[in-house]
Design a protein around this ligand. Structure first.
Ligand code: ADP
Length: 303
């Protein structure tokens, strides 16, 4: 097991960021999914030893997160969400500096810096000042500094943030290449389900500092419930309560579409009967494909 944590809790002052999270991560690319504020970055920082948990324990590659932080940082590459650039530096100097921080001798760090910059597509721009880099180039540079010391695991925190569609596809392709060809395990944190679906074999979903769901993508896609989308005329309150009494989850979007997640065993007739009981008219009725996106919405709640 590459990463294992038990009962992890962390607070920033009065804000609880993690609340009793336990999990064991499988081999292969793992997604850490959750809306903004769910605690993903905090979890990564605890795993790296940058933050000390208030409660709980954990291991990364067998190293203890409280006592063996230096060993963890040598074995893990970290691409933070926020920029970590030093003004007035060029990419080679910056990347080799991070190699040295991870314990590499200077010459080796410099040699590797050139290699990884070519690998992420910044070979031609490696002597340019970072201040002149575009958003896409900056993301690739952050990836290069995370790879320079040849880590066994890569932690990527929102790697596609601030990117245009082309930049996003490019960075996702690089990450896919790393995880499939370079025998580096990837832990990808994102609030974007598409990114996780594109790259990961399993996923851990966090919500408000707690574990909301976890499993292999293939299994989660197969979770059984049925999603119906309806529009109604009349008072939606009693209709909703009736359905919730049957174990359904009901979400209403801003434009009045009512999404009904019926549990296994429930069907459309239950919805028709609930409408009759509540005295509302169904104006339209569509059964939607149940996808992981629906599951994510169902677990995490629709904003
Ligand atoms: P995510 O990465 O999923 O967006 P974070 O781990 O960044 O979530 O944040 C979890 C919670 O902790 C949020 O409520 C956030 O506002 C809070 N938080 C994060 N960093 C700080 C900080 N440095 N000081 C105070 N609160 C913080």
């Amino acid at each position: 097991m590459s990463i294992e944590v038990k009962d992890l809790s962390f607070r920033y002052g009065r804000i609880t960021a993690l609340d009793g999270v336990s999990m064991k991560l499988e081999e292969g690319a793992v997604g850490l999914l959750g809306p903004n504020g769910a605690g993903k970055s905090t979890l990564l920082r605890i795993l790296l030893g940058f933050l000390v948990p208030e409660r709980g324990e954990g291991k990364v590659l067998g190293y203890d997160i409280r006592r063996e932080q230096a060993l963890i940082r040598r074995a893990v590459g970290y691409m933070p969400e926020s920029d970590c650039f030093i003004a007035g530096m060029d990419a080679v100097t910056f990347t080799s500096y991070f190699g040295e921080l991870s314990g590499m001798p200077r010459q080796e760090a410099m040699k590797r810096a050139h290699e990884v910059l070519y690998y992420v597509g910044l070979g031609e721009a490696r002597y340019r000042l970072l201040d002149t880099y575009s958003a896409g180039m900056k993301q690739r540079l952050k990836l290069a500094q995370a790879l320079v010391h040849d880590p066994k695991i890569l932690f990527l925190d929102e790697p596609t943030s601030n990117l245009d569609p082309t930049g996003r596809v490019e960075i996702l392709e690089l990450i896919r290449d790393i995880s499939s060809n370079k025998s580096i395990q990837v832990l990808l944190s994102s609030h974007i389900l598409d990114d996780i679906e594109a790259l990961c074999e399993s996923v851990v979903i966090l919500k408000q500092g707690r574990l909301a769901a976890e499993g292999r993508m293939a299994d989660l896609r197969a979770i059984h419930y049925s999603l119906y989308e309806v529009r109604i005329k009349g008072d939606g309150g009693p209709f909703r309560e009736d359905l919730e009494g049957l174990g359904a989850r009901v979400d209403e979007t801003a434009d009045g579409l009512v999404k009904i997640y019926m549990p296994e065993g429930g069907d459309r007739m239950d919805i028709f009967r609930a409408a009759v009981r509540a005295g509302v008219q169904l104006r339209s009725f569509v059964k939607s494909r149940t996808s992981l996106e629906d599951l994510f919405a169902g677990v995490v709640g629709v904003d």
